[in-house]
Design a protein around this ligand. Structure first.
Ligand SMILES: NC(=O)c1ccc[n+]([C@@H]2O[C@H](COP(=O)([O-])OP(=O)(O)OC[C@H]3O[C@@H](n4cnc5c(N)ncnc54)[C@H](O)[C@@H]3O)[C@@H](O)[C@H]2O)c1
Ligand SMILES: [Zn+2]
Length: 363
């Protein structure tokens, strides 16, 4: 069964399952497109472009393609320009669509190009990383990085469909695969009643084997959680900020590592533990949930502490450079064991420092 993201007239389906790339053409033509531009990157293209293209051509679609260089450093306006130019050169019009075939980088770039080309044309997300299937492809955030920071320019622009083929996850390098699990643990902590953390605990062997039926269920559970949040608050006026759990300390850590040392999920994993530790001290989270999260992250090959020593003061100061710090105040999201996580929480330096110190315990 598809999951529907209910955002009024902009509602769209998220389809999750096996071998969906072969059905891409059917899905895209059902949406009424005649001409599409397939956007991918230099890692994903050689693996999946041919299958995707053939499926589209089989349904009589006119298909153009562009392969961008892979990697976060290429998530720039220059890449957007390449997409716009290719779209123009290929004769795309208002009835045409863009298809993002790749991870979160391709998805964010393609979404922004679609939001702006001819003042907006349709687009479809075909996420191929675990992170993009459970998080980035749903919710309509699109954009690119500036030299000064990540995702500083963007638009809220919803896709017309998300098609997540679980089979694409089989080719993910190990570190990329586990990177996606930090957002999954985050979702489980935001809504404890989802049972997601227990589900992960019960299926450790299936995580390791990348078992397709398990992954299908897992992606669906995560999409449902993200959907329940973004449909209530599309443009992040309040509730949607719950999705920033673990990201206050996490983003700061990514910046300290110049976006090279840590993968996003790795920094978020450490950020989640810091938020959990603060919540534990405040009595919001019980010891059992705290330990469950810690063990889960460890089993998922995610780091439990920074790779080297970091001065807490420097780390703390970096949390203020996040673009989400409204007027110099940083609001944290803190988990609870029994209820939905809490957003809009103020944390002081002493609490933060204590949480960092606690990461070193249990060596
Ligand atoms: N829009 C949102 O709501 C949202 C949410 C979270 C993250 N993001 C963004 O997503 C990006 C991170 O996403 P990501 O982790 O998917 O990064 P990514 O797109 O860079 O993909 C990670 C790496 O895996 C490769 N790859 C992708 N699919 C593959 C496959 N099936 N097999 C083998 N290799 C494959 C890519 O080429 C890349 O090298 C960041 O730019 C982040 O800002 C956006
Ligand atoms: Zn994230």
């Amino acid at each position: 069964m598809d999951i529907t993201i209910n955002i009024g007239l902009k509602s769209y389906p998220v389809v999750v399952g096996k071998d969906l790339l072969n059905l891409l053409g059917v899905k895209v033509s059902q949406l009424g497109f005649k001409k599409v531009l397939l956007v991918t990157d230099s890692n994903v293209g050689p693996l999946y472009l041919k299958t995707a293209k053939q499926s589209l051509i089989k349904e009589g679609l006119d298909v153009a393609q562009i392969t961008l260089p892979a990697g976060e450093i290429y998530k720039t306006v220059a890449a957007i320009e390449l997409i716009w130019e290719k779209a123009l050169e290929s004769g795309l019009d208002r009835q045409s669509g863009l298809i993002a075939l790749g991870g979160g980088v391709v998805g964010d770039l393609t979404g922004f190009a679609a939001a702006t080309f001819l003042r907006g044309i349709g687009f479809i997300q075909v996420p191929t990383t675990l992170l993009s299937q459970v998080d980035a492809s749903v919710g309509g955030k699109t954009g690119f990085n500036l030299r000064q920071g990540k995702n500083l320019v963007g638009a809220f622009y919803q896709p017309q469909a998300v098609i997540a083929d679980i089979v694409t996850l089989m080719s993910l390098p190990e570190r990329e695969y586990y990177n996606g699990y930090a957002e999954i643990v985050k979702h489980g902590l935001i809504i404890p009643s989802s049972g997601l953390l227990d589900f992960l605990d019960e299926n450790k062997d299936k995580v390791l084997k990348r078992e397709a039926t398990f992954l299908t269920e897992l992606v669906k559970m995560n999409v449902a959680i993200k959907a329940s949040i973004v449909t209530q608050d599309e443009k992040e006026k309040g509730l949607r900020s719950l999705l920033n759990l673990g990201h206050t300390a996490g983003h700061a850590l990514e910046e300290i590592g110049s976006y090279k040392t840590y993968y996003h999920g790795e920094a978020v994993a450490i950020g989640l533990l810091i938020a959990c530790s603060i919540a534990l001290e405040r009595g919001l989270l019980n010891e059992k949930t705290y330990l469950q999260v810690k063990n889960l992250l460890q089993n998922l090959n995610l780091p439990l502490r920074p790779f080297g020593d970091i001065d807490p003061k420097i780390w703390w100061e970096k949390t203020f450079s996040d673009k989400k710090s409204a007027s110099g105040i940083v609001y944290w999201v803190l988990p609870t064991s029994d209820y939905q996580a809490l957003y809009g929480q103020k944390v002081d330096f002493a609490e933060f420092r204590k949480a960092i110190a606690s990461l070193r315990k249990g060596d």
